[in-house]
Design a protein around this ligand. Structure first.
Ligand SMILES: *Cc1c(COP(=O)(O)O)cnc(C)c1O
Length: 521
């Protein structure tokens, strides 16, 4: 009995290396039959320029290695299909599969934007119907579906305001932005050529209306207001704010990325908002978080209509739809064709499936956020106490006393099986914990989350080190997040990279012995 077995160690599916490290010369994931066209020399037939011997440095692996590699990596990821994803300001809700099915239907997925308009009437009808639904939801007069994201919607909206004011002879100089606005707002205003002036919130987290009245001078083009604000609080004095601006010839922009708190309950158009964007990839169920694609339609009042991006969808006699590109006052195109069509289809499918029930989705989102708030009040500091809408913002003030901050708590939450909430945002709350459960979560899942958060608060008081060194259950511990953002290494170069410790490649390069073997009886 001289058989030797390897010491038991974790299977590689717990420690997957790079696909390059699995490469060995000559391995393939396919086998083509030999060429059976008689009397033909492929090199000659194709020409020397079209011949390739392969891509230098490309991994050579078998089919099952490719499949297992990517399947294993996919199990390392956290996803909305896996568990609660309470990332505040992001509305990580469940994306019903029926919307995916609709977006993949023949005649929707297979159409080409260069197809003649007479042959695209169905697709144009989808766009038309979505426009009508979004106008009903927002209470606005007109809309463009072109922008590809919320931030691009903001830019489109400000360019509309600029064009409108320019037409009247003076584009003005400043855009006012409250400190409770989303961070993209000031960046957008600067790109649109405006100076930004900050407005401090009053003690309840609302816009300081008296201060606003002082600040609205003839130099002010617009106020950009996020509603609900990044504190998750509804701005209560919007009609009054709109009037202050309108009396001075300025306009009101509303960042409507958070429509998940308003859809079916209240309409920004009725409150006096002049122009706003929506994030279809938040409220209207398009999967997101992986970098796109998205859609940020911009809805507006009549005064801004002449400046809309072209092409514009119009209804001709007999109900025929057409795209028109000649509009002398248009700000031009902001995106190819009519925007990200697949995303628009998903949003329409979602809205039609809910119908008037969209109001209940909103109410449930608000209910979930308030349920969590109620059960975490006391355990965590609540800096603003006005009623919460779709998200609730706590601070780490209690835990700070033991040296535990919002990032530590978020990392510890990973050990409990949840995706972290949004940390350190909004900036007006030092050490913020921004929690948005969305309507997707059941009471049971919310309860598990509450238990986890309460338990972490307890740990922060009794064993702060445990929280400060979290996560403990993950394959990698704390990452260098600043380094990853500032100095990303996006290309694998075999000569520059250190192979994964303990991989075959690592041992080969370091001339290490294979994993020790122990004899058995
Ligand atoms: C997400 C978000 C944005 C930006 O949207 P993108 O699609 O990521 O560009 C803007 N404002 C608010 C309030 C948001 O939550």
């Amino acid at each position: 009995m001289n058989r030797r077995i390897k010491k038991a160690s974790r299977h590689t599916n717990q420690n997957e290396g790079l696909i390059f490290e699995k490469s060995s010369p000559g391995k393939r994931a396919f086998e083509l039959p030999p060429l059976d066209v008689p009397n033909i020399d492929p090199t000659e037939a194709l020409g020397e320029n079209h011949r390739s011997e392969g891509i230098g440095g490309f991994p050579e692996v078998s089919e099952i290695e490719v499949i297992r590699h990517f399947t294993r990596l996919s199990t390392w990821n956290y996803a909305i299909d896996y568990g609660m994803y309470p990332l505040g300001s992001c509305t990580m809700k469940y994306n019903p599969r029926v919307n995916e099915f609709v977006a993949r239907l023949d005649g929707i997925a297979t159409e080409h934007p260069y197809q003649p308009q007479e042959l695209s009437q169905g697709c144009l009808k989808i766009l038309r119907l979505l426009e009508q639904c979004l106008l009903e939801i927002t209470g606005m007069d007109n809309i463009t579906l072109q922008p590809a994201a919320g931030a691009q919607g903001e830019l489109t909206g400000l360019l509309l305001i600029r064009a409108y004011l320019e037409k009247q002879g003076n584009p003005r100089k400043k855009v006012l932005i409250p400190d409770s606005a989303h961070g993209t707002n000031p960046a957008t205003a600067v790109i649109a050529g405006y100076e930004v002036e900050n407005i401090k919130s009053e003690s309840h987290g609302q816009i300081d209306v008296d201060k606003l009245r002082e600040l609205v001078t003839p130099d002010v083009a617009a106020l950009m207001i996020t509603n609900p604000s990044t504190l998750g609080i509804f701005e209560q004095r919007i009609p009054e704010i709109a009037k202050i601006l309108h009396d001075k010839g300025a306009l009101l922009y509303m960042d409507g990325a958070n429509m998940n708190a308003l859809a079916g309950v209240t309409r920004p158009g009725d409150l006096g908002v002049d122009v706003m964007h929506l994030n279809l990839h938040k409220t209207f169920s398009t999967p997101h978080g992986g970098g796109g694609p998205g859609a940020g339609p911009v809805a507006m009042k009549k005064i801004l209509e002449p400046f809309r991006p072209v092409p514009i969808l119009v209804e001709k006699e007999g109900g025929r739809l057409a795209l028109e590109s000649i509009r002398p006052d248009s700000i031009g195109r902001v995106k190819a064709f009519s925007g990200n069509f697949g995303v628009l289809v998903r949003a329409l499918a979602y809205i039609l499936a809910y119908g008037p029930g969209i109001r209940q989705a909103t109410e449930d989102a608000v209910l979930n956020a308030n349920y969590i708030r109620k059960h975490l009040e006391g355990a965590y500091d609540l800096p603003y106490s006005l009623p919460s809408m779709h998200e609730v913002v706590f601070s780490d003030a209690h835990q700070k006393k033991n040296g535990v901050n919002t990032m530590d708590i978020a990392k510890r939450l990973i050990d409990y099986g949840f995706h972290p909430y949004t940390t350190a945002f909004p900036l007006i709350v030092p050490g913020a914990l921004m929690i948005e459960p969305t309507e997707s979560e059941s009471k049971e899942e919310c309860d598990l989350f509450i238990d986890a958060m309460r338990s972490i608060a307890e740990e922060a008081a009794t064993n702060p080190e445990l929280v400060k060194t979290a996560p403990h259950s993950t394959r990698v511990r704390r990452l260098d997040e600043v380094g990853a953002a500032r100095k990303p290494i996006l290309r694998w170069d075999p000569s520059r990279q250190e192979p994964q410790p303990d991989s075959a490649e690592h041992r080969k390069r370091k001339h290490l012995e294979p994993t020790p073997v122990i004899p058995t009886a």
